[in-house]
Write a protein that binds this ligand. Structure first.
Ligand SMILES: Nc1ncnc2c1ncn2[C@@H]1O[C@H](COP(=O)(O)OP(=O)(O)O)[C@@H](O)[C@H]1O
Ligand SMILES: [Mg+2]
Length: 304
């Protein structure tokens, strides 16, 4: 069941330049493609199967357990939010561990978390509120669930559909890295995309390196914006109805060791229980459920 790729499946990675990395590079990251097997080497570039054309970002992760959790976390984002990018565990011949993230199509950076440029701020907030940019509600909800504490704008990008895509999940399940955060309560659901009493290290220009910013990038009324709330509600429902057996199988796909797998399962379940208790005290979520009951056409969207 355990699933990982060997590094020899990729071409030798080309190290990213300083310019390409958002902020200080905390890991060595290189770009690579899947290696073309000898039997296909005769084909020209255009005739190659699609999978050999994609770029991947290979990040060397010295802590193997962190790498496994990152892959699980990022794959959960992908399962719950269509459009998120594929993430794989890669191991080389020395046993070194890498996290491979498939290039986000149309990758466009977000404004810097700390920008004080009023025009950038105005345009950014307007596009989030009028639905030009989507995904903020879903990705902040799932980040809260997965105990992500490094949700800076440099770890999110716009894709070719103007959807916000979150990558770089090595600080998901932060409590397992001895980060003392807070539990999820109804206050945090209410406050999204703001972190409420949750204690991240970075969060969307609202918290930067542990410090709350007095003039955050996001307008406070995004919290009650109907489009934003609809995304939060949708993400809450999808997270809450994920079958336990699926979570267990998912974890088993990335984590061989039974004790390590149980620790992660218990941590996920603990946070999901917190999320459920909090969601059922949230009026917007309760109204959304009521509306769903009245319409029979709704179906969750999955990307398995
Ligand atoms: N899937 C991806 N698509 C496009 N660019 C990516 C992707 N994954 C990583 N990158 C690029 O690599 C940089 C570093 O990757 P990241 O996973 O954030 O590592 P770090 O932990 O060093 O911040 C990112 O800031 C981004 O520029
Ligand atoms: Mg990063």
């Amino acid at each position: 069941m355990f699933s990982s790729k060997n590094k020899s499946h990729f071409t030798p990675p080309v190290t990213l330049s300083r310019l390409e990395s958002a902020g200080a590079l905390s890991h060595a990251v290189g770009k690579a493609k899947k290696r073309i097997p000898a039997r296909l080497a005769v084909l020209d570039e255009a005739s190659l199967p699609e999978k050999y054309k994609y770029l991947w970002y290979l990040k060397k992760e010295p802590d193997k357990a962190v790498a496994r959790r990152e892959v699980f976390a990022q794959e959960l984002f992908r399962l719950l939010i269509p459009g998120h990018t594929k993430t794989r565990l890669v191991i080389d011949e020395r046993g070194d561990t890498f996290v491979a993230s498939k290039h986000i199509p149309g990758y466009t950076r977000l404004p810097n978390d700390l920008t004080s440029n009023v025009n950038i701020k105005r345009e950014w907030n307007a596009k989030l509120k009028n639905g030009t940019y989507t995904g903020l509600g879903e990705l902040t909800t799932i980040s809260l669930l997965l105990n992500e504490v490094d949700l800076k704008n440099g770890n999110i990008a716009l894709n070719d559909k103007n959807q916000l895509i979150k990558f770089d999940g090595d600080w998901c399940f932060a409590r397992l890295r001895a980060w003392s955060g807070n539990n999820i309560t109804e206050h945090e659901i209410d406050m999204l995309p703001f972190p409420g009493n949750y204690k991240p290290y970075n969060w969307l220009g609202i918290v930067a390196e542990n410090v709350r910013r007095p003039h955050p990038l996001l307008d406070s009324d995004i919290s009650t914006n109907p489009r934003f709330r609809a995304e939060v509600n949708h993400a809450l429902l999808k997270a809450l109805i994920l079958p336990e057996a699926l979570i267990k199988n998912f974890i088993a796909a990335y984590i061989e060791d039974a004790t390590e797998a149980t620790t992660l399962y218990n941590e996920f379940t603990d946070r999901r229980n917190q999320l459920a208790a909090a969601a059922f005290k949230n009026n917007s979520f309760l109204a959304y459920l009521k509306q769903l009951k009245q319409s029979s056409s709704w179906k969750p969207t999955w990307t398995i």
